[in-house]
Design a protein around this ligand. Structure first.
Ligand code: ME8
Length: 496
């Protein structure tokens, strides 16, 4: 049986207009999922939408339509974007689906029956924009809008009961929260006593949510609903085989903005329910625009659709993956996008393919020459290709995606240098078989680079493999001599 690999993205608020930040997390998950599939893992890649809560209810009231209709209208904006971005998700979950509501209710009942939910009166400051009670200190910061004082009877989850167990778990499991500075942040946060979590909303105030199974006057708090999507999709409570195959998730990929809910709320909920914790919660940084977080409220968002239309999907995917060091923030600028595109894709990768295929067309009737017996400089190329395959595998498993891309590009540049040193265009007049050997070595190197870059740029790399009529093995020598190259357009036309 193949090893299994399960990766998730946050489920995005259905009310948000998808921007480059949402696209980033989803593309990142897609790239990782495609890498693991390529490595032979059975892979389950989940994304979806978070559809309950106050903001959706208000938006629907303003439009004088039912919240469900509102969600059904908004959902295609995400689904269409993921299709356009060639996202290979295996499932798309919406929290208003029956399968999810049932799991949330079963989960709530389970935690209630364990005695970890109690009813209490609470007076506190409530942030409508964040949909949660906040502390006085939080209220002083600029992060919360629409703060109201609320006095309410609600249900609370005994989060505090699991604080010590959670701290011990994080300390024992070094990979549970990544990168390490986020782990330290959470351990620091957990030095203060943890409060219990208010997990209900009275229906008279908010009814767009999942009803509590033990009190029909209330619906559950959006986060207690949303986080559970990660187990719903595996078949929890419905199909034990599937559930056991996928759970615990290998990665919950998130942005740093939702670290506390994932690294504190979610694990304590799971501890209470007696469910194994996910293997890794990985928080990446933010895409900034002129050093401010891209967000709808600031109005500095980059629309991924505009970019794709202008430059193609794969270059956008490439830029996002190459430019962000996982865990840190990155600045999105058109200038750096164009620079990166021209230097890496047009010059290094695209040109190499052009040079090799043009020479083969001109001198070998478009037929891939024989590899022949290799010279020491060829052996060096083969060795560095083999090493590259191993390094990329290792780096991806360590979540060093940008480094793995950089290594592939270094290899591509070294093949450009190999071509310059060997000069097959000059050699071909007197020594056709040596020139042929060099073109084979360069062609096979391009093919392997294209296989390794396929998770990042699935379309353009498939075109390269089509040019060479070749498969996706990363073993040296798969490239077929004697087969006719297919015609191709310039893979990455320069942006002026
Ligand atoms: O928080 N840079 O949904 P959301 C990078 N529904 N990533 C960004 C980004 C930026 N500028 N802006 C957004 C929610 N993201 C909840 C999640 S999960 C059980 C519930 C990405 O629509 C990043 O992944 O606000 C961030 O965590 C997510 O979008 C927040 O999406």
């Amino acid at each position: 049986m193949n090893k299994s690999f399960y990766i998730t993205t946050p489920i995005y608020y259905v009310n948000d207009k998808p921007h480059i930040g949402h696209a980033y997390t989803t593309i990142l998950a897609d790239v990782i999922a495609r890498f693991y599939r390529q490595l032979g893992y059975d892979t389950f890649f989940l994304t979806g939408l978070d559809e309950h809560g106050q903001k959706v209810q208000e938006a629907a009231i303003n439009r004088k339509i039912e919240p469900q209709d509102h969600c059904d209208e908004m959902a295609p904006r995400f689904i269409d974007l993921w299709n356009k971005l060639h996202i290979s998700n295996d499932d798309f979950i919406r929290t208003t689906e029956q399968r999810h509501k049932k799991v949330v209710q079963d989960f709530l009942q389970l935690v209630f029956d364990k005695g970890d939910i109690y009813k209490d009166e609470y007076t506190g400051l409530y942030s409508v924009s964040e949909e949660r009670f906040i502390t006085e200190k939080e209220a002083e910061s600029d992060n919360f809008r629409d703060i109201k004082e609320l006095k309410e009877i609600n249900y609370f989850f005994k989060m505090s009961k699991f604080q010590a167990e959670l701290v011990e778990y994080i300390e024992k499991n070094k990979n549970f929260i990544q990168p390490i500075h986020r782990r330290n942040e959470i351990l620091g946060f957990l030095k203060q006593p943890l409060a219990d979590l208010c997990i209900s909303r009275p229906k008279k105030r908010l009814n767009w949510g999942i009803e509590l199974p033990f009190d029909t006057d209330y619906v559950t708090y959006v986060w207690f609903d949303a986080l559970i999507n990660y187990v719903t999709a595996t078949g929890y409570g419905k199909d034990d085989n599937l559930y056991n195959k996928w759970w615990p998730a290998n990665y919950h990929l998130i942005g740093k903005d939702i670290l506390t809910t994932h690294a504190v709320y979610w694990p304590t909920m799971l501890l209470s329910a007696g469910i194994t914790l996910p293997k890794t919660i990985f928080a990446h940084g933010w895409w900034l625009s002129e050093s401010a977080k891209m967000s709808k409220s600031i109005g500095n968002v980059v629309n991924p659709l505009d970019l794709i239309e202008k430059y193609g999907v794969d270059p956008v995917r490439y830029y996002l993956m190459r430019e962000m060091v996982l865990g840190q923030d990155a600045n999105f600028t058109m200038e750096s996008f164009i620079k990166r595109y021209n230097s890496d894709l047009a010059n290094d990768f695209g040109n190499l393919l052009n040079r090799v295929s043009t020479l083969i067309k001109k001198n070998y009737e478009g037929i891939m020459p024989e590899q022949g017996s290799k010279m020491p400089e060829d052996e060096e190329v083969v060795e560095s290709a083999n090493q590259l395959v191993n390094n990329v595998d290792k780096k991806v498993k360590q979540m060093k995606i940008n480094e793995s891309i950089e290594e592939i590009m270094q290899f591509v540049r070294s093949i450009n240098k190999y071509m310059e040193d060997q000069k097959p265009w000059a050699l071909v007049k007197d020594n056709k078989s040596s020139a042929g050997r060099i073109l084979y070595i360069a062609g096979e190197s391009i093919r392997i680079a294209a296989v390794l870059l396929s998770p990042v740029m699935p379309n353009r790399c498939a075109e390269v493999l089509y040019v060479f009529n070749s498969g996706r093995s990363t073993n040296w020598g798969e490239l077929k001599s004697g087969s006719k190259l297919n015609d191709h357009k310039t893979l990455f036309p320069r942006i002026q």
